[in-house]
Design a protein around this ligand. Structure first.
Ligand SMILES: [Zn+2]
Length: 205
């Protein structure tokens, strides 16, 4: 499932990796991950360790700016919000084939991840985070959950007027073309800019 760009950043933006991707240690491997979903991933890791389950953490794949296979929809891997675990032993195939222990699967689902093993064509290696980046956003930008939701709702709605002139006027009004914004509301402006740049792309500019 593709994620709202206004919420998690635009993977196609030149600044995306620098702005949103951090390296974290997960089950002994160093992996790139979206900075606003590090909390849930670390909670998964704590649960796995606490469960005492044994597993081979050999091959972990996360960030990859690509589409879902066979579609034009961005994969959650494009935001570094999905992790593939040992693809060789957990292929994308029907019937389901997996060596991932139940305790590991449960640890992920308990913290807001969906397991690809439940898809109609099972993607056993794949876990994706479906929660909101609310807590982390609040900490970084001093925004409330309602503020985040308001921005996403209003600015996505504002990003789809039919006339490109309206989009440009909206951009000007918000000052995102001047790039003069600094301070705690800078991220809000980034949200608007990414939503609107997507709109501009949609109408062919
Ligand atoms: Zn995957």
């Amino acid at each position: 499932m593709a994620r709202p760009i206004a919420l998690w950043g635009n993977p196609d933006s030149a600044t995306f990796v620098r702005a949103y991707i951090e390296y974290v240690s997960f089950m002994g491997k160093r992996i790139p991950w979206h900075k606003w979903a590090i909390g849930p991933l670390m909670a998964v890791q704590a649960d796995i360790i606490a469960s005492g389950v044994k597993y081979h953490w050999d091959d972990l794949q996360t960030y990859n700016n690509r589409n879902i296979a066979g579609t034009h929809i961005k994969s959650n891997h494009a935001w570094a919000l999905a992790i593939d675990i040992n693809p060789a032993q957990n292929p994308w195939q029907k019937p389901l084939k997996t060596d991932i222990p139940v305790a590991v699967r449960d640890a992920f689902t308990r913290h807001g991840f969906r397991w690809g093993g439940t898809y109609s064509k099972p993607d056993a290696m794949h876990f994706e985070y479906l929660g909101l980046p609310v807590k982390e956003r609040q900490e970084e930008d001093d925004m409330t959950i309602d503020e985040v939701r308001k921005i996403v709702r209003e600015e996505i709605a504002a990003a789809y007027p039919p006339e490109i002139a309206e989009v440009r006027t909206h951009l000007d009004k918000l000052g995102v073309l001047s790039k003069s914004h600094t301070g705690t509301k800078a991220a809000s402006v980034t949200l608007v800019a990414t939503a609107l740049s997507r709109a501009l792309k949609l109408v062919g500019k």
